[in-house]
Design a protein around this ligand. Structure first.
Ligand code: HAM
Length: 422
């Protein structure tokens, strides 16, 4: 049996790679528009970067690829981008920057040992940002805006922004106690995960996929925010209104990672093509992560978009109309390929993407190749062309054909391209 990809991992074949690169290019453009710099952190880190004491998230407790080599330190393939970026922020003392907040973006592979299904893989790609070093509702709204307008610019329909607040530490602490009190009588009816979460992180019970519509969850009390936390959330909503970003407040939105505080958000798709994995991206504010990682007390906020989920939607909504094209295809009719090869290389040196025939096939076969490769120009080289140092140039759009001197070829091609688009 030939080898196959490991369960939950996929090849991205050239056709899809073009689309992935388009998504990445547009994301990089958005990073630039909003003043974010790109960062790359290692694929694996010390396990402690991701795993904090008393962590209850599924990602940390069940899904990490953790290993050690030769019985040395415990290492983990990164399951998400935020922890590594914050480790780097602290390690490189970026908190000392004269310009805060520090705005960082990343386009990276992540690894989680989840049950694979459409839109859920064991290796996947996230496009993410982290804005670290300041706490201000303006920033929360701007972070959401970057992600939202990125998705809108792609042209996706049926997008819903859900937001919530997990409050400040005082509101959360009070709420936790209330929830423990509320859920304890229902303990035996909750799923095993929620029974484990009850003491440590009862908030997560609220958005459990299994207990979601149980009486226990439906009758759960709502969070009472402190005045400061309520005001902060009102301001975030106000700025979203100013920016014209439609949103729904979902007071059951908790998010699956433990580090969130105050604002949390998700962008979901209502397109049925996304199946059960409708969340395109999610994020939120984290007040304590920088300090937990050994840095000063500084807040941050960010999000991450799942590229594979985005791709499913973009394909379902026929967002991409991409066809790989090349500028020139060189048809060689001579025994000796030297002249054709030189012409091809001269064209590439002048930035015209070029392919040539390697096998001296029939004229017809070579023309077919040029069509399959969507060449804009075909250059035909026979004996006459070699002897007169010319090429026969065919414009596949206008169908016009002409003889061009070798030294004038690049200029002529540039002229034809320009004329056509005028
Ligand atoms: P997350 O919600 O765990 O958040 O993941 C963000 C996005 O990554 C999801 O909405 C989804 O699109 C994609 N994703 C997650 N797991 C998978 C998977 N197994 N297969 C395919 N796509 C997946 C975070 O990771 C946070 N670090 C986001 C963040 C940044 N919060 C603050 N800053």
């Amino acid at each position: 049996m030939p080898f196959q990809t490991v369960k939950g991992t996929y090849d991205i074949l050239p056709d899809q790679m073009m689309k992935v690169n388009m998504l990445k290019d547009l994301f990089r453009h958005f990073l630039n528009l909003y003043g974010y710099d790109e960062i790359k952190t290692p694929v694996f880190e010390y396990t402690g970067v991701f795993q904090k004491e008393n962590d209850t998230s599924d990602m940390v407790t069940k899904e990490m690829y953790t290993f050690s080599v030769n019985g040395k330190d415990s290492l983990t393939l990164r399951p998400e981008g935020t922890a590594g970026v914050i480790r780097s922020f602290v390690e490189n003392k970026m908190y000392g920057n004269s310009e805060l907040p520090v705005k960082l973006g990343y386009l990276e592979e992540m690894f989680r040992h989840e049950r694979p299904q459409k839109g859920r893989q064991r290796q996947f790609t996230q496009l993410g940002i982290e804005c670290i070093g300041d706490k201000n509702p303006l920033i929360d709204a701007e972070v959401i805006a970057l992600g939202y307008f990125y998705i809108r610019t792609l042209g996706l329909q049926g997008i819903k922004v859900l937001i919530n607040t997990l409050g400040d530490s005082e509101s959360r602490l009070r709420y936790k106690e209330k929830l423990i009190e509320h859920f304890t009588p229902y303990k035996d009816e909750l799923c095993q995960d929620c029974q484990n979460r009850l003491e440590k992180n009862p908030l997560r019970i609220l958005d459990c996929k299994i207990d979601h519509s149980s009486k226990a969850v439906e009758t759960a009390p709502k969070m009472e925010l402190t005045e400061g936390a309520a005001e902060y959330f009102e301001d975030v909503k106000h700025y979203l209104d100013i920016l014209g970003i439609p949103y729904e407040v979902d007071d059951r939105l908790v998010r699956g990672l433990d580090y969130y505080t105050d604002t949390v958000f998700e962008v979901v798709s209502t397109n049925e093509a996304s199946g059960s994995q409708a969340t395109i991206f999610g994020g939120g504010r984290y007040d304590n992560l920088v300090q937990e990682m050994g840095g000063p007390s500084m807040s941050g906020i960010g999000f991450a978009i799942g590229v594979e989920r985005l791709l499913i939607l973009c394909e379902a909504e026929e967002i991409f109309n991409v066809k790989k094209t090349i500028d020139c295809y060189v048809i060689n009719l001579n025994e000796d390929p030297d002249y054709a090869m030189l012409i091809a290389e001269e064209l590439r040196a002048n930035s015209f993407s070029t392919e040539m025939d390697y096998y001296r096939r029939s004229l017809k076969a070579q023309f077919r190749s040029s069509e399959r490769k969507n060449a804009r120009f075909v250059l035909i080289i026979g004996e006459d062309e070699v002897n007169s140092a010319t090429v026969t140039l065919k414009d596949t759009l206008t169908k016009a054909q002409e003889s061009v001197k070798r030294e004038e070829l690049c200029e002529r091609l540039a002229q034809l391209m320009e004329e056509y688009y005028e």
